[in-house]
Structure formats: structure tokens, C-alpha cells
Design a protein around this ligand. Structure first.
Ligand code: GLN
Length: 495
């Protein structure tokens, strides 16, 4: 069961030539064949291409080449460009579009030796919290297939949780990495705004979007962050901060670090079982030598409203490019306007249309000042709350989500309820800081993963990952396997 390994575990075996990259890739393909019929994390994958990449990696390994991800199979959210692979953003509007080039993050993974395979399901254009907004059917949570995996990177979280790949990439605009990571029981990292180039990422809300990894443990997250980080002349929002050795930062020594507990986050709507798990995690941090300080982030209440003004405004502009002329699907009309409206009417799903309408409204003359401009001002207040808190603490600890994974269909008819499931993750994007979700327990019945969120200073990923790793080393939540449930495990060959 090679596919159960972490990246670092597989890398050791590859380096010792105990296993080949082909065997590791085949193990992922076998697992997909076993479980993906129930989970539907993958929209598509090309087995022959994946195995050809694996063979190329094996050749390099046998000639002594060393690269940080040589021979490691990694799957990708359907919003990032991978040369010669489909790119649909889980939307019908892109038709049969194939990427002509690699995103910078993908290029860096390839340079590091990774095998890039498979397109992972998501909410259409990354808009949603459950992956139910995909135009190609929902993804199911590997811990309980009657439940959603979270979103919008639900396929990325489910694929890692079900051991269908060794790691995956997702994107996080308001929680889309951390929330599904929490609900599926894996590690999900949203780096600081500007840390990883977004060249080749289909934009949703450009002032909020970041690319980040889903992994089985914190060490793997640090490895992928190190590979993908750095300034890129093709993305002017990437920042020329030096890239530290994130793995070297995982030394377990968190004595004296100060962790802020925001009083605004442990209130109404928080499931009692989540509160118990987060309280226990905070105690564990104290035991490990961290100092816990109560802090206040007074503008927290406005975050969801501010996000849904700014994100929809930016989305309405970004999605204007899908007009039936430039990319993908087209429905002809008698004139260009009719062509645009027919194509967009048929190509976009209901949630995407709702966002475009909302975003167009908040930017329209007469409403711009009342909504968009005011939201930008409140956004600054939210960022200032964090910067002030970081004058006294090294990181902030919160629950990642107010509840564990909910049932498919439970919130899909009520957009506001759906939006509120992002209540703890959204502020991080508005403030442009970094955040990670790590497993910190399970609900009792049914057994569902609970996520702990750590938020760090801008470009403070070293401290963030050091804290996450120290907790992980002291606990074993991350080692539990989802496929033991739902009869999925019984299909494993018992060897
Ligand atoms: N769930 C949020 C939304 O629907 C966040 C999505 C994301 O981070 N891409 O917008």
C-alpha cells in the first residue's frame, strides 16, 4: 500500500531504490480505481501520461539525480494550468479547453521532479464551500460519503484524504484550502498573499487568491511550499521575499512562542465538539511550552459581508473574459451581444451567475461608494486588527470551521448558510496573512475530522509550520485513515 505513504516516506524508499516511481504512481491509479467511483475527487486523469512521467523519473533516479520531489505523484485542482492537460474550473463554459502552458507553481513542481497527474474536482470557478457547485457532479467526503468534502478545493482534499495521490494543489480565496482540509482530515496551507506566483491560475478574486498544498503531514507541506515559493516576473503581485528552508524550521522547539486566542472566534454557532477539540489543542500547546494569550480581533463580525462584496466585485470583472470568443464553449447568436449572453447563460452555473450579478451591482455607479468602497475600508480595519495582534503574539489559533462536514444537500439551497461555513477562514485572505489547518480530533458519531487553524504573520510561514509540526508530533490525529470507513477499506488487498 505504497499510496498510504507521505511524500517524505516515499522519497526515502525511492532514494534507497526499494520502490520505483512507477510503482508509486500505479499505487495511486489502483487506489483511484478502488475508491474514486464513490468519492469522485478526480474529473479526469491520464494514466499513460502519469506512468510515462514516472518512467522518466525512474531513469533519473537510477542515474543518481537528486531533486526534492523526484518521482512523487501530485494531483492538481482544475483551476491551474498544466500544459497539454484539460482546464475547466469545473465549469461547462470552458468546453474542451486544453492548457497551452504550465502555471509557474506547476513548472516549479515539475522542475523539482514531481509527477503531475489528474484534474481534481472543485466548486465551479472556486465559488463555494462544498464542491456541490461543480458542473460535473459533487465530490464526497472519504470519511462519510453521504457528506461533502468542503470546498472549493473539495477534490484536492478528498484525493489526499483517500490516499489517491501523495499531495495535491488547491487554491484559497476565502478558505478553500483550509476548510476542505479540516473537513477531510489533512493538512492545508494558505501561504501569504504574494508568496507563490499565480501565473497560470484562473483568477477568481485577484486580491485574495493564493495557491497552496494539501498534504498528509506538515513536513510535506513545508517541502511543497519551499518548492513553489518565490517572486515571478510573470506575476507582479508575487513578492521578492527570500525563501527560507521551511523544512529546517520544523525543529519542534516552540518554547516561549506566544499564541493568540481571539475571543471573537469561540462564540455562537461553534459546534460544542469542535470547541472541546480546539480547547484540548490549546492545552497541548501550553504543555509544549507555548504561551497562550487572549487577543481581540474586533472587526471579525464584518468579515463575511466584506468578503462577499470584494470577492464578487473582483469575480465579476475576472469572469468577463469568458465570453464565448476567447476560450472554450460557444453558442452562436445573431450579433456579439446575443452570442455572449447565450454562451454565458448556458455556460455558467447558478452560483457563478449569482456572484457575477452581486459583483456587478456593488461596483455599479450609485452603489460603489456604499458597498465596494466601504468594504475596502473595513478590509483595512480587519488587516489592522491582525497586524496589531501580531505585535504581541507569534501566531493565532482558532477552529478552522464552525462544524464538521455537513450532509450533501444540507446547505445547497441556502447560500447564506453556505457562506457562513467560511466564517473562520475568510479574514486571513482579507488580511493577506498566512494560515494552515491541521487535524486536531474527531467528532464521535459519526467519526468526522476536526481542523485546527493557525494564522501567521505576513511571510511568517516558518513559525506557522514550526507550530503546526510541533503539535502534529505530539498527537496522532493525522495518522488516521479515512478509507477504513464506508466499506472502502475492505476492498483493499490485505498485504
Ligand atoms: N467558500 C468561499 C467562496 O465561496 C471561498 C472560496 C475560495 O476560497 N475559493 O467564495
Amino acid at each position: 500500500m505504497l499510496n498510504l505513504l507521505t511524500i517524505s516516506g516515499l522519497a526515502v524508499k525511492l532514494a534507497r531504490r526499494e520502490v520505483s516511481a512507477r510503482e508509486a504512481t500505479q499505487a495511486c491509479l489502483d487506489q483511484i480505481a478502488r475508491v474514486d467511483g464513490k468519492i469522485h475527487a478526480f474529473l479526469s486523469f491520464n494514466a499513460a501520461d502519469a506512468l510515462a512521467q514516472a518512467d522518466a523519473a525512474d531513469k533519473e533516479i537510477s542515474s543518481g539525480v537528486q531533486k526534492p520531489l523526484l518521482g512523487i505523484p501530485i494531483a492538481i485542482k482544475d483551476v491551474l494550468a498544466v500544459k497539454n492537460q484539460p482546464l475547466n474550473c469545473a465549469s461547462k463554459i470552458l468546453g474542451n479547453y486544453i492548457s497551452p502552458y504550465d502555471a509557474t507553481a506547476i513548472e516549479k513542481l515539475k522542475t523539482a521532479g514531481a509527477i503531475i497527474f489528474g484534474r481534481l474536482n472543485m466548486d465551479e470557478f472556486a465559488m463555494g464551500s462544498s464542491t456541490e457547485n461543480s458542473a460535473f457532479g459533487l465530490t464526497r467526503n472519504p470519511w462519510d460519503v453521504s457528506r461533502i468534502p468542503g470546498g472549493s478545493s473539495g477534490g484536492s482534499a478528498a484525493a489526499v484524504a483517500a490516499d489517491e495521490c501523495f499531495a495535491s494543489l488547491g487554491t484559497d480565496t476565502g478558505g478553500s484550502i483550509r476548510q476542505p482540509a479540516a473537513l477531510c482530515g489533512c493538512v492545508g496551507l494558505k501561504p501569504t498573499y504574494g508568496r507563490i506566483s499565480r501565473y497560470g491560475l484562473v483568477a477568481f478574486a485577484s486580491s485574495l487568491d493564493q495557491i497552496g498544498p494539501f498534504t498528509k503531514d506538515v513536513r510535506d507541506s513545508a517541502t511543497l511550499l519551499g518548492v513553489m515559493s518565490g517572486v515571478d516576473k510573470r506575476d507582479s503581485t508575487s513578492v521578492p521575499e527570500p525563501v527560507p528552508d521551511y523544512v529546517a524550521a520544523l525543529d519542534g522547539n516552540i518554547k516561549g512562542l506566544k499564541l493568540g486566542l481571539p475571543k471573537e472566534y469561540m462564540v455562537g454557532g461553534l459546534d460544542p465538539e469542535i470547541k472541546v477539540a480546539v480547547d484540548a489543542a490549546v492545552k497541548q500547546y501550553e504543555k509544549l511550552g507555548a504561551e497562550i494569550v487572549e487577543i481581540s480581533l474586533p472587526h471579525t463580525d464584518y468579515a463575511v459581508a466584506v468578503y462577499y462584496i470584494i470577492a464578487t466585485a473582483e469575480a465579476s470583472a475576472n469572469l468577463a473574459r469568458f465570453d464565448g470568443i476567447r476560450y472554450g464553449a460557444r453558442i452562436d447568436g445573431n450579433d456579439p451581444i446575443e452570442l455572449y449572453s447565450k454562451t454565458r447563460g448556458a455556460g455558467f452555473g447558478a452560483e457563478v451567475k449569482r456572484r457575477i450579478i452581486l459583483g456587478t451591482y456593488v461596483l455599479s455607479s450609485g452603489y460603489y461608494d456604499a458597498y465596494y468602497l466601504r468594504a475596502q475600508k473595513v478590509r483595512t480595519l480587519i488587516r489592522n486588527d491582525f497586524l496589531k495582534a501580531f505585535e504581541t503574539v507569534d501566531a493565532i489559533v482558532t477552529p478552522t470551521t464552525p462544524t464538521a462536514a455537513f450532509k450533501a444537500g444540507e446547505k445547497s439551497g441556502d447560500p447564506l448558510q453556505m457562506y457562513l461555513s467560511d466564517i473562520f477562514t475568510i479574514s486571513c485572505n482579507l488580511a493577506g496573512i498566512c494560515g494552515v489547518s491541521i487535524p486536531c480530533g474527531f467528532t464521535k458519531s459519526p467519526k468526522l475530522p476536526i481542523g485546527l487553524q493557525l494564522l501567521g504573520k505576513p511571510f511568517g510561514e516558518e513559525t506557522l509550520l514550526k507550530l503546526a509540526h510541533a503539535y502534529e508530533q505530539a498527537t496522532s490525529w493525522h495518522k488516521e485513515k479515512s478509507c477504513a470507513l464506508n466499506g472502502l477499506w475492505s476492498k483493499f488487498p490485505q498485504k
